[in-house]
Design a protein around this ligand. Structure first.
Ligand code: ADP
Ligand code: ZN
Length: 752
């Protein structure tokens, strides 16, 4: 008898089962087991041993689900890394990593059978045994070419395909043989061909292929060469290329390199609808070869894609969002993470709260694959890895072709108000440029980020916003308590009407949203056609696409939107971009505020004048001298990064530390407070000053539950292993008190 350790999609580590040798189960296989009295689950076999585990009543593994293992040994290492690093369990990783239909569960075996799916198959064709040699085929042609030229043609086509694809057994996919079904049926009934159902292979199949690659500019070629150099020395390449520099073209060349070697390539994008343009471009070159993967596909399609890839032999081009990192790859060669700075890569809603960019780097190390991280505004984490020499840094400073970066106009809101040069939320500087674009038949993008719910205070005279003296983030105004609180440490002061900076009594609550902007701009320009793109108008993918394509086709003149408009769009007609209120970016209650503000403003600016004519960006702010505004104006990423890294170092923020956030929620406020307090105390006995809080979350109440959080800062270089142990002990101690059970505690590693 054998024994197996099996991972089940439950928030627990692993379970033991007995395993009958006749089932021929291997490590990585999906198996069916019974759990409890009335539930059947799919599990993944983690290890097999002859040693009986120390457990009285072992249940047997009932059956094996697919002929091929779902998980490779490398896949196992990745799951283990994720479970450990993000303080979650293998079961939780499994829940997330495998599409639902690939891991059916049910209350009976019959039901489970019904729910399970098969990997997709397709028909394959081979010539009959008699037609295996060149001489036999030549003889057949001799005899039949007059009478049945079409038959001869098909037979020669099949032979040629089998040769091209070096198919040992002569079988080639039916779809490559371009004839009708009746014709094939006739060939089969004459005994000239054989057919068989086999696992569907990669759409384009293996074998050498010619791709029509774009010609690169000399700057692009140089960047490509540098990336290859970095890869030759086994380093992650960080491609820092300004917006419109043609990063995609460089990716295409790299992808072709690896596909030609029969290796798999994975391209990660932060958000599928936003990056559908990229997918279209890849598809144009690697026609029929791309496999996309994201949550908007049907469960059946996701499941089948997973099973097909698990059985693939390599040469796959997979494009998708963060969960794509869990797809099986048999011959991984290259992973590209586009817009690597984007927070869309971080999953923060449930365990494991992973960052797909970081997992991609780890995964590539496990697999021995190459990595490219690409961005116009790299994250400070990646940038620091580049300057320390851990990553290979490649910079592309110019736009492709005749494209020039837009001209940036900083428009001082306070001055505009004083001079009477402002109407509602628009400075005359911005209005002039909007009018110029509209008159020229060009388009306008207006960006207003209402990130966050709680407005903040700002002095209308000097532009000052109160900050926490300990954490260097802006204080958030709390309506209920009439106090301003630090989102991180709980520091609080009375709401003040007098500005602590200039002493005038001019403090005001700031904040207005896209809807208001839309309304106002429509009133100012009744002739202009205005569209709005934000979370409220693009609730479905189709609504989103409708707005985007309508703007693309110039059916509208002005697009008002939140940060969605900053993402990678290539709109041809845009000549003016307006950033309505840079202040709320600069004042976000978040230690990454400056970095994000820079990224957002650079990315939004990148939408202007992408084609020929020079675009203009107008930034409205009451802090025109703010360093971040200066860096945006000069396009000086490096200066931003240097200054910001110095601040992060001074306050011990990432990348000089890791932030671990404990989030607690409960409908019982008193109980929540008690648990939060006990957990914070327990953590303090182990981590001391590194623990901040508890504080009530920025979203104090959500769906009828109260929320609180604790932040733990672990300095870079400290042992994460040790930290994880201590955290585990603290959580166990709190959870051991059964009266605390009603409070849900979750952990977010590398939270922001
Ligand atoms: P990025 O992703 O760096 O912002 P893109 O890859 O979107 O830039 O390129 C910007 C524009 O320039 C696109 O319209 C792209 O088609 C064009 N382009 C860039 N490089 C080339 C090239 N080598 N050949 C043809 N077109 C190019
Ligand atoms: Zn603070």
């Amino acid at each position: 008898m054998l024994y197996a350790q099996v991972v089940l999609p439950l928030a627990q580590p692993m379970y033991s089962f007995s395993l009958d040798e006749s089932l021929a189960v291997e490590v990585g296989d999906a198996v069916v087991v019974q759990f409890g009295s009335s539930r059947f689950y799919t599990g993944i076999v983690w290890s097999i041993s002859t040693q009986r585990p120390d457990y009285p009543r072992l249940k047997p593994i009932l059956s094996k689900l697919y002929s091929r293992p779902l998980l490779t040994p490398q896949g196992q290492r990745l799951w283990e890394w994720i479970a450990e690093y993000y303080l979650s369990t293998l079961g939780e990783v499994m829940r997330l990593a495998l599409p639902s239909l690939a891991k059916p569960s049910a209350t009976s075996l019959a039901e489970l059978d019904e729910r399970s799916i098969e990997p997709p198959v397709e028909q394959f064709i081979a010539l009959s045994k008699e037609l295996q040699t060149e001489e036999a085929i030549a003889a057949y042609r001799e005899k039949n070419v007059r009478r049945a030229p079409r038959r001869v043609e098909t037979i020669e086509r099949i032979a040629a395909l089998a040769f091209e694809r070096s198919a040992d057994d002569g079988f080639v996919p039916r779809r490559l043989v371009d004839v009708d079904t009746q014709h094939l049926a006739a060939l089969r009934s004459k005994g000239l061909i054989r057919t068989e159902q086999r696992l569907r292979e990669s759409l384009a199949g293996s074998g050498a292929q010619q791709f029509l690659l774009p010609t690169l500019s000399s700057a692009q070629s140089e960047a490509l060469q540098q990336i290859r150099d970095g890869h030759a020395s086994d380093k992650v390449a960080l491609l820092h290329g300004v917006t419109g520099s043609g990063k995609t073209e460089i990716y295409i060349h790299l992808i072709a390199d690896h596909l030609a070697k029969g290796e798999d390539v994975m391209v990660l994008v932060p958000e599928i609808v936003i990056t559908s343009q990229l997918i279209e471009r890849l598809e144009r070159i690697f026609e029929g070869r791309t496999t996309t993967y994201h949550s908007r596909l049907t469960p059946l399609r996701r499941g089948r894609t997973f099973l097909r890839l698990a059985a693939s032999t390599g040469g796959e081009l997979i494009v998708g969002v963060r969960s794509t990192i869990f797809l099986p790859m048999r011959r991984p060669g290259l992973v590209i993470v586009d817009e690597e700075h984007d927070m869309g890569y971080k999953q923060s809603d449930f365990q494991p709260r992973y960052n797909a960019r970081d997992c991609a780097v780890v995964m590539s190390r496990i697999y021995g694959a190459k990595v490219v991280l690409g961005s116009a505004t790299p994250s400070l984490e990646s940038y620091m890895n580049a300057i320390s020499g851990k990553y290979h840094y490649v910079e592309l400073k110019e736009r492709w072709g005749s494209g020039v970066l837009p001209e940036i106009v900083v428009s001082d809101t306070i001055r505009a108000v004083k001079r009477g040069e402002r109407r509602t939320h628009f400075n005359f500087d911005l209005l002039r440029n909007i009018e110029r674009s509209l008159e020229g038949g060009e388009q306008v993008i207006l960006f207003q980020n209402r990130r966050g719910y709680a407005p903040y205070l700002q002095c209308k005279t000097c532009g000052y916003s109160p900050r926490c003296p300990h954490c260097n983030v802006t204080l958030t105004q709390h309506k209920s308590s009439s106090r301003m609180e630090c989102h991180y440490c709980g520091y609080a002061v009375e709401n003040s009407l007098i500005c602590p900076n200039c002493q005038t009594q001019d403090m005001a609550t700031m904040g207005f949203g896209t809807e208001k902007v839309e309304e106002e701009v429509s009133r100012l320009y009744p002739e202009a056609r205005v569209l709005r793109l934000d979370g409220d108008t693009s609730t479905s993918e189709s609504a989103f696409r409708r707005i985007v394509s309508s703007f693309e086709q110039r059916e509208a003149d002005i697009l008002v939107g939140t940060q969605i408009v900053s993402k990678g769009f290539d709109f041809e007609g845009v000549s003016t971009v307006g950033i309505l209120n840079a202040d709320n970016l600069l004042s976000a209650p978040d230690f990454r505020a400056a970095e994000r503000a820079f990224q957002l403003m650079m990315q939004v600016s990148g939408r202007a004048g992408r084609h020929n004519d020079r675009g203009r960006v107008v930034i409205q702010t009451s802090q025109p001298k703010h360093p971040v505004i200066q860096y945006v104006t000069s396009g000086d990423y490096h200066a931003m990064a240097r200054t910001e890294l110095a601040e992060r170092k001074a306050f011990g923020y990432p990348p000089y530390s890791r932030i671990i956030r404990f989030m607690m929620r409960c409908s019982d406020y008193e109980l929540l407070r008690r648990v939060a307090h006990v957990l914070a105390q327990t953590l303090r006995t182990k981590f001391g000053q590194r623990v901040m809080g508890p504080v009530s979350s920025a979203l104090e109440m959500l769906r009828g539950e109260h929320r609180a959080e604790i932040i733990l800062k672990i300095e870079a270089g400290a042992s994460m292993r040790r930290a994880r142990e201590l955290i585990g002990e603290s959580l166990a101690a709190v959870r051991s008190d059964k009266s605390f059970n009603k409070v849900t505690i979750s952990v977010d590693v590398d939270a922001s």
